[in-house]
Design a protein around this ligand. Structure first.
Ligand SMILES: Cc1cc2nc3c(=O)[nH]c(=O)nc-3n(C[C@H](O)[C@H](O)[C@H](O)COP(=O)(O)OP(=O)(O)OC[C@H]3O[C@@H](n4cnc5c(N)ncnc54)[C@H](O)[C@@H]3O)c2cc1C
Length: 413
C-alpha cells in the first residue's frame, strides 16, 4: 500500500486546488444560513455548469459519451478537493453517479447521445426508481409492472410499454426530469429473471410524485405512482428480462458512492471541543471516564475508516477495483456518526446547552438525524454485514429459498 500521490496525481491535485481556489468563491466558507430547496437546486445547477466548462464532470467516463476518459483516482482527487469547500452537493450524485452510467452502458448510442450531455452539464436531473413498499433490501421482489402494448413487428399495437405501480424513497424525484425504473415484465419467471429496466420521463402523463416529510424537517425523497405511463421500447435499458443485471450496474456504483463519511460531518474533535467546554456537577466533562472513552472509540473508528478508504484508494491507484470490503466503511461510518452524535447531544442536554444556528450542537443534531438514513440507504447495516460475511469472510450464504420459484407462485408477506 502506498498512501502518497504519485507525481502525476500530485500534479493533477495541484491543478484542481488552483481551479477550486479561483472558482469556488463564496463556497470556500460555510454558508451563513441554510439554503432553501429551490435555492439549493439553482446553486447546484450553476456549480455543475462551471465544473462542466472546466472539464471536471464525467471524469472517469469514456470520451465517446462526453466524459474525460481519466481514472477513478482523478475522480477521487477532484472529490477530495471539492469536499473541502461548501459547494452545493447531492443533487447530481444519484443521476451522474448511478443512473447515467447505467444509461450509457445499457442504452443504445442514440439514447446515450440524447441524455448524457444534458445530464453532464446539469440541465437535466435524474432519479433512481428501484425501492417499493415491499421491496427494498429484497429488490428483486418488486411488483411495478410493465406490459407491452402489442408488437409493431406483427402489426398490432404501438409496442410501447405501459407501466403501473408504486415506488418509494425516491430521492429528488420532485426535482428530477428523468429516472431509471426497474419493472416486472414476466410474473412467471423466478424473481430475478422477470425484470426489465426503462428510462422514464418524470413529467409524463400518469407519473405522480408525492413528497415524504422527514424527521429532520426536510423533504428529500418521495413516493412515485405510475398509472398507465407509456414508455417507448427505445427507452428500454438492456434486454427484456435482463433488468436484474442492469440494476447491478447501478447498485455497484451506489455502493462505491455511499461508502464514505459525509462532507463536514462532525468527528471526534467536535465531541472533544464540546466536552472541554462543559462543567458538570462531577467536574469537567472532559475528565469523565465515559466521555474520554467515547472520544477514544470515535477516534479509533474514524482512523479505521480512513485507513480502509486509503486501502481502496491504493487499489484504485494501482488500477485495481476495491472489493466488497468497501461495505465495511459504510457500516462503521453510519453507526459511529449516530453513536457519537447521540452521546454528545445527551451530554449537552444534561449541561443545559442550547442548540443555536450554525453551532457545533446544531451540526451534531443534523448528523444524528441523517445517520439513521445512512444506515439504510445504499444497503442496510444487516445487508452489508451479509455481504461482508459471505464475500469477505467466506461464511455460508443467507437463506434464499425463493430464488428459483416463479414470482407468481410466491406468497405475499
Ligand atoms: C436516505 C435514503 C435515500 C434513499 N434513496 C433511494 C432512491 O433514490 N431510490 C430508491 O429506489 N431507493 C432509495 N432508498 C431506499 C433504500 O434503498 C431502501 O430503504 C433500502 O434498500 C432498505 O429497504 P427497505 O426500506 O424496504 O427495508 P427492508 O428491506 O424492508 O428492511 C427492513 C429491515 O429488515 C432487515 N433485513 C431485510 N432483509 C434482511 C436479510 N436478508 N438479513 C438480515 N436483515 C434483513 C433490514 O436490514 C432492515 O433492518 C433510500 C433510502 C434512504 C434511507
Amino acid at each position: 500500500m502506498d498512501f502518497n500521490d504519485t507525481p502525476a496525481e500530485a500534479e493533477f491535485r495541484a491543478t484542481v486546488k488552483a481551479w477550486i481556489a479561483a472558482n469556488a468563491g463564496e463556497y470556500l466558507q460555510p454558508p451563513e444560513k441554510p439554503w432553501g430547496l429551490d435555492d439549493f437546486v439553482a446553486r447546484s445547477k450553476a456549480w455543475q455548469r462551471k465544473k462542466h466548462a472546466a472539464g471536471y464532470v464525467g471524469i472517469t467516463w469514456p470520451k465517446a459519451v462526453g466524459g474525460q476518459g481519466l481514472t477513478p483516482m482523478h475522480q477521487i482527487i477532484f472529490g477530495q478537493e471539492e469536499s473541502r469547500t461548501y459547494v452545493p452537493s447531492g443533487l447530481y450524485s444519484i443521476g451522474l453517479g448511478m443512473c447515467i452510467p447505467t444509461v450509457f452502458t445499457h442504452g443504445s448510442p442514440e439514447i446515450a447521445a440524447r441524455y448524457v450531455p444534458k445530464a453532464l452539464v446539469g440541465d437535466e436531473v435524474w432519479c433512481q426508481l428501484f425501492s417499493e413498499p415491499v421491496a427494498g433490501s429484497d429488490l428483486a421482489g418488486i411488483r411495478t409492472r410493465a406490459v407491452r402494448d402489442g408488437d409493431p413487428g406483427s402489426g398490432s399495437g404501438t409496442g410501447d410499454w405501459i407501466i403501473n405501480g408504486q415506488k418509494v424513497w425516491t430521492s429528488f424525484a420532485h426535482k428530477s426530469d428523468f429516472g431509471i425504473v426497474v419493472c416486472r415484465t414476466d410474473f412467471d419467471a423466478p424473481k430475478h429473471k422477470g425484470l426489465t429496466m426503462f428510462i422514464v420521463d418524470m413529467k409524463a402523463p400518469g407519473v405522480e410524485v408525492r413528497g415524504i416529510k422527514q424527521m429532520s424537517g426536510s423533504s428529500d425523497f418521495n413516493e412515485v405512482f405510475f398509472t398507465d405511463v407509456r414508455v417507448k421500447d427505445s427507452h428500454r435499458l438492456g434486454a427484456v428480462g435482463d433488468g436484474w443485471k442492469v440494476a447491478l450496474t447501478t447498485l455497484m456504483h451506489e455502493r462505491l458512492a455511499v461508502g464514505g463519511k459525509p462532507r463536514h460531518a462532525p468527528g471526534y474533535q467536535t465531541l472533544m471541543t464540546l466536552a472541554q467546554g462543559i462543567d458538570t456537577e462531577h467536574g469537567p466533562a472532559i475528565a469523565q471516564a465515559d466521555v474520554r472513552r467515547t472520544i477514544a472509540d470515535t477516534y479509533i473508528a474514524d482512523e479505521g475508516i480512513k485507513l480502509t478508504q486509503m486501502r481502496a484508494l491504493s487499489a484504485l491507484s494501482r488500477g485495481a477495483m476495491p472489493g466488497p470490503e468497501q461495505s465495511i466503511s459504510k457500516v462503521v461510518v453510519a453507526k459511529t456518526m449516530q453513536d457519537m452524535a447521540a452521546f454528545a447531544l445527551d451530554l449537552s442536554e444534561s449541561a443545559g446547552l442550547e442548540v443555536t444556528p450554525g453551532s457545533d450542537l446544531e451540526k451534531l443534531q443534523g448528523s444524528y438525524l441523517w445517520s439513521a438514513g445512512l444506515r439504510i440507504a445504499g444497503g442496510t447495516d444487516e445487508i452489508l454485514r451479509n455481504i461482508i460475511a459471505e464475500r469477505v469472510l467466506g461464511l455460508p450464504g443467507d437463506l434464499r429459498p425463493d430464488k428459483d420459484t416463479p414470482f407468481s407462485e410466491l406468497k405475499p408477506l
